[in-house]
Design a protein around this ligand. Sequence first.
Ligand SMILES: Nc1ncnc2c1ncn2[C@@H]1O[C@H](COP(=O)(O)OP(=O)(O)OP(=O)(O)O)[C@@H](O)[C@H]1O
Ligand SMILES: [Mg+2]
Length: 199
Amino acid sequence: MAVKSTHLVSVKHRISAGERARSNKHRGGVLWFTGLPGSGKSTLAVETEHKLFNNGRQAYVLDGDNVRQGLSSDLGFSHDDRTENIRRIGEVAALFADAGFIVITAFISPYLKDREIARQAAGAIFHEIYIDSDIETCERRDPKGHYKLARAGKIPEFTGVSAPYEAPESPEFSVDTQNLSVEECVDELVQYIDLKLVG
Ligand SMILES: Nc1ncnc2c1ncn2[C@@H]1O[C@H](COP(=O)(O)OP(=O)(O)OP(=O)(O)O)[C@@H](O)[C@H]1O
Ligand SMILES: [Mg+2]
């Protein structure tokens, strides 16, 4: 991406990350979910957010379709547009985390390189979480009916069918949604988040 802004001078906040963490009783962080369509990203993101909220945490989900209706409504599903979409979300997620939130992002984000750009935006507080399920299971679930449409050639560039998915090579954490229930996956995720961001 060409950087067009010049002569920028950042304003320094008067509240430090430590002060925000003491007030919230946890640190901010980006939990970057990635996985095939239908692997369970949205389901686990909203359930995990709900459980974290009930435990008194500041948590917020950024989800694919919601963001594409606003922030990225000018973007499609070509490789370049997917890259720009993820770049924008990476920046937004980093801002939320800087504000002290536990941000859970639920985007397919199929390209390793794009996820690395998102990681760079957030720095050390970025956690790549693989929402792991094989394509057969995802296709059997097909909660939006998109696999069926993609197989019929009605959705071009559909991840897993006609566009690639590059699985994480060394994610910070992964959950096996193929063999575990939603509740079991959420428990594992909340445990991981507590371990990394609380105390
Ligand atoms: N352990 C599990 N974790 C998450 N979802 C599960 C699990 N077991 C079964 N499911 C089911 O799998 C489906 C996952 O759909 P969901 O919309 O969450 O996927 P997604 O990864 O967000 O897909 P997309 O990329 O298309 O938005 C849901 O119908 C959910 O009930
Ligand atoms: Mg989803």
